[in-house]
Design a protein around this ligand. Structure first.
Ligand code: PMP
Length: 381
């Protein structure tokens, strides 16, 4: 008997026009996307193997090489959010049983340690409170002790609002025959990074923060040392989709015909991103001064260690942070967020990234915060 009766009716919602409100996305991402980039994603869909698509991918590759300051040929954008790049980096360069060292000073190190653990790596962690800094001496000691094949550090720790120094660590990793992996999802385009000069072996980011593209694509780059390791492994990576043997083929890095699919609209948007360090630094400085003038304390005290894209503020004494955030969403149509992972309950987070990085927006943030401080009741606790 043919299975011919439709028992699940078509949902009526699909016939209604889609309504999406405008909101000020002044949290740690996604950020508002400028019309020029939104328009790039609204263009016609073309085939993922059409010549125009390869041109778009070449544009993306050049854009990433500029933003990362690298000449690496193995530079691509993944299909997926920043987590896809995290998994791609670990899955391809580490084999089960190998030693991995992870610096944990917020949620992103915790997350990478879990990813590495799940694929069977022998994970060692160095732990600090959110926003803590690892000295190069501490790192070298741990490299010597654990002899990891990979060391992970978050450059822009968005849960803490920290821009961790990177200088010198790549050299230590070389000395100890370790690959240096750096997460710049929250910092790329906002805070300077020099992949080649800083001897970073693997670097990744996300599309939806300072790069100002929609969520869903994630740039990643591997240098020659990283390629040597990942293309000479004994076991296949645990993921098919994230296998760099396939991805490098799709990106035309191995000279063979392509087999994979790519997120066409997301790539169209990503091909038109544009980072700006100076602009972020200026607007962040303006925001920080405004916050301090209001009597709000910044979580990262040393200005030079603050992440320009995501500012963390100490929750004002006696206030309920959830209530303040809800108030600003309701009355100012503005998203800011609380902490994340270990920084939950410690901070509130304000992000002014890319297109949102303007002094007029900083003024709006300050006005919304002042209004929330005036109108949210102080708790008795
Ligand atoms: N790393 C850092 C430093 C991040 O800030 C984020 C996102 N907040 C991620 C990784 C994960 O990226 P995604 O949310 O795009 O998966």
């Amino acid at each position: 008997r043919a299975m011919s009766s439709v028992t699940i009716p078509p949902p009526e919602c699909m016939l209604r026009p889609l309504e999406v409100p405008f909101r000020y996305l002044f949290g740690p991402g996604p950020s508002n996307v400028p019309p020029r980039i939104l328009a790039a994603g609204g263009r016609a869909i073309i085939g993922h193997l059409h010549p125009e698509m390869y041109e778009i991918m070449n544009d993306i590759k050049k854009g990433i090489q500029y933003a990362f300051q690298t000449q690496n040929n193995m530079t691509i954008a993944m299909s997926g959010s920043g987590h896809a790049a995290m998994e791609c980096a670990i899955f391809n360069t580490v084999e089960p049983g190998e030693s991995v060292l992870v610096a944990v000073n917020g949620i992103w190190g915790e997350r990478v340690a879990e990813i590495a653990e799940r694929m069977g790596a022998n994970v060692h962690i160095m732990v600090k409170a959110p926003g803590g800094i690892f000295s190069n001496e501490e790192i070298e000691k741990a490299l010597a002790k654990h002899k990891p094949v990979l060391f992970f550090l978050t450059h822009g720790e968005s849960s803490a609002g920290l821009a961790h120094p990177v200088d010198g660590i790549g050299d230590l990793c070389r000395k100890h025959n370790t690959l240096f992996l750096v997460d710049t999802v929250a910092s790329l385009g906002a805070s300077p990074i020099f992949m080649d000069q800083q001897n970073i072996d693997i670097l990744y980011t996300g599309s939806q923060k300072a790069l100002n593209a929609p969520p869903g694509t994630a740039p990643i780059s591997f240098n020659e040392r990283a390629c040597q390791k990942m293309f000479n492994r004994k076991t296949k990576p645990v993921s098919y989709l994230f296998d760099m043997a396939h991805l490098s083929n799709y990106w035309g890095n191995d000279g063979q015909p392509a087999r994979l699919f790519g997120p066409v609209s997301g790539f169209q948007c990503l091909s038109r991103q544009y980072p700006s360090w100076r602009h972020h630094r200026e607007v962040a400085g303006y925001l920080w001064k405004g916050l301090e003038d209001m009597g709000i304390k910044l979580f990262i005290q040393n200005k030079d260690l603050r992440l320009p894209s995501v500012t963390t503020i100490v929750i004002p004494e006696g206030y309920n942070w959830r209530e303040m955030l809800q108030y600003m969403m309701k009355h100012h149509n503005m998203e800011m967020t609380g902490g994340l992972g270990p920084s939950t309950g410690m901070v509130m987070r304000v992000g002014l990234m890319g297109y949102n990085c303007q002094k007029t927006n900083a003024d709006m943030v300050l006005a919304a915060l002042a209004d929330a401080l005036k109108n949210c009741k102080k708790s008795k606790a």
